[in-house]
Ligand binder design. Structure first.
Ligand code: SAH
Ligand code: SF4
Ligand code: F3S
Length: 469
């Protein structure tokens, strides 16, 4: 099997022709064609859904938040933890009634979950109201599959373990006018022993710098203010390219694009986060002073069986080196509690890393066995109640640290991006600090989409509060 399938411009043109053929059909429908796209999982999936919307829009669909109204329902799934899958199966199961009432509604399932053979089999056998199932590798062929369904009926499954693809030129309908995602690479080669991503997203492959820079340039021209470069492990960007270019070089090039916008990126793997990257972050004025650097566990024995290929000391050394260059850097991380065989004593090493680093925020998870990954077959004797107790100790410690770190903002003026309307009636707007902390702001809504000084007047463990001025 080839490692990367480069989808040619002609192949995408063909898909666009399929879109146009579908548009001719939808134009004849008595009601306005509406689509509902629901996305689970990470930003990678959000970015994929924006391409699915791009294709759907070209097919003549507008978008609705109501499954009842939609003529096509697309559910973009995640497989990272069992809980994510259970939610999808629950929601898809509930659609059986809708399908009975409105058999014309097309129900499509895509994304990481369906790329797993056992999940695809379950849908084939037990969720017969689902019309179309396709994995991430087949996304670029979505128009062809929709057209076939509309003209021939029957069910379609496209979940083969194909080579991971790179397809340029797929239309995009973005969800937001201020923040945008730009994938710089796809897939992952790391095979952390708990993780399903390499199995469902294929091997690492980098987009060409020209394509990435053209996309960022266009976003900057359209007025986007906050651009996140995406990949499962952006620090290995470029390893598969002919030209010698790494992620730090790419950051410098993106930084050189004219415009008033912030550059963020995720995710970085500690083993590949280099001094060169830190120096590029310090030098590039558009790169936000924030790093999401997952360390997963604080104990070296556990890190080793997780196949993370870094030690706790190496991790802490990288944080020290980064802070020497950017003292006020915002730091966040991912942590897994209850990896198979982790004792409570070993878990306490994770707490010590928290105390030493003092992260601004954490994403914490209880280990969830993923079928087919090595960790799923490992002996896991700790009772769930003990894992939960450890998890609670972890979140309690982090809550305290987050609260203290947030309290230190009070009284300061911070240049923030005003990025949304507040759902809390006491505040008008939401904003983000350069380090991406949420601020609820009192002020005029005309500031939306602008970088503005915000006076921080209050804080709790989740967010900051302030006023424009
Ligand atoms: N590529 C990123 C992470 C992608 S998944 C990285 O390497 O950091 C996001 C997070 O989900 C991971 O960092 C990990 O903390 C968590 N995760 C992944 N698989 C998991 C599993 N089987 N059980 C619990 N948490 C998991
Ligand atoms: Fe999963 Fe590890 Fe790859 Fe992240 S680096 S996606 S945790 S295998
Ligand atoms: Fe989930 Fe796939 Fe992302 S498994 S976390 S949607 S890469």
């Amino acid at each position: 099997m080839e490692r990367t399938a480069l989808i040619s411009p002609a192949e995408i043109q063909q898909q666009l022709a399929h879109c146009d053929a579908v548009a001719q059909l939808t134009a004849q429908w008595p009601d306005r064609p509406l689509a509902f796209v629901d996305t689970y999982g990470c930003q990678q999936n959000e970015a994929d859904s924006e391409r699915i919307r791009g294709y759907l829009s070209r097919m003549g669909f507008a978008f609705t938040h109501s499954e009842e109204e939609a003529r096509i329902i697309v559910i973009n799934t995640c497989a990272i933890r069992e809980h994510a899958e259970q939610r999808v199966f629950g929601n898809v199961g509930a659609l059986v009634h809708l399908k009975r009432r409105r058999p014309d509604t097309l129900i499509c399932l895509c994304g990481c979950m369906v790329q797993q053979p056992q999940a695809a089999r379950k849908i084939r056998e037990s969720y017969r109201h689902v019309d179309l199932v396709f994995g991430p590798h087949a996304l670029w062929k979505f128009p062809e599959m929709v057209r076939a369904l509309l003209t021939q009926r029957g069910r379609t499954f496209s979940v083969d373990d194909e080579a991971g693809s790179i397809a340029e030129g797929i239309p995009v309908v973005r969800q937001d006018k201020i923040r945008a995602w730009v994938s710089v690479m796809y897939g992952c080669n790391n095979f952390c022993t708990y993780c399903i991503v390499p199995y469902v997203r294929g091997r690492e492959r980098s987009r060409s710098p020209e394509d990435i820079l053209a996309e960022v340039r266009q976003l900057a021209e359209e007025g986007y203010k906050d651009i996140t470069l995406l990949g499962q492990n952006v620090n290995s960007y470029g390893k598969d390219l002919a030209e010698p270019l790494d992620f730090a070089d790419l950051l410098e090039r993106v930084n050189a694009i004219p415009g008033d916008f912030l550059i963020r990126f995720m995710t970085s793997h500690p083993k590949d986060a280099t001094q060169k990257l830190f120096e590029a972050m310090a030098r590039c004025e558009k790169v936000a002073p924030v790093l999401h650097l997952p360390f997963q566990a604080g104990n070296d024995r556990i890190l080793k069986i997780m196949n993370r290929r870094h030690t706790r000391a190496e991790y802490l050394e990288k944080i020290r080196a980064l802070r020497a260059l950017i003292p006020d850097i915002t730091l966040t991380s991912d942590i897994i509690v209850g990896f198979p065989g982790e004792t409570t004593e070993e878990f306490e090493d994770t707490l010590r890393v928290l105390e030493e680093v003092r992260f601004d925020a954490l994403f914490t998870f209880i280990f969830s066995p993923r079928p087919g990954t090595p960790a799923a077959a490992m002996d896991d004797p700790m009772p769930r109640s003990e894992k939960l107790a450890n998890f609670e100790r972890l979140t309690a410690l982090q809550d305290q640290i987050s609260e203290e770190k947030h309290a230190a903002y009070v009284g300061k003026r911070v240049r923030c991006l005003i990025d949304g309307l507040s759902d809390d009636a006491r505040y008008d707007l939401t904003a983000r600090t350069p380090g991406n902390r949420l601020v609820r702001v009192v002020g005029d809504v005309s500031a939306l989409g602008q970088f503005r000084d915000v006076k921080i007047t209050g804080a709790n463990k989740w967010s900051l509060f302030g006023e424009l001025g």
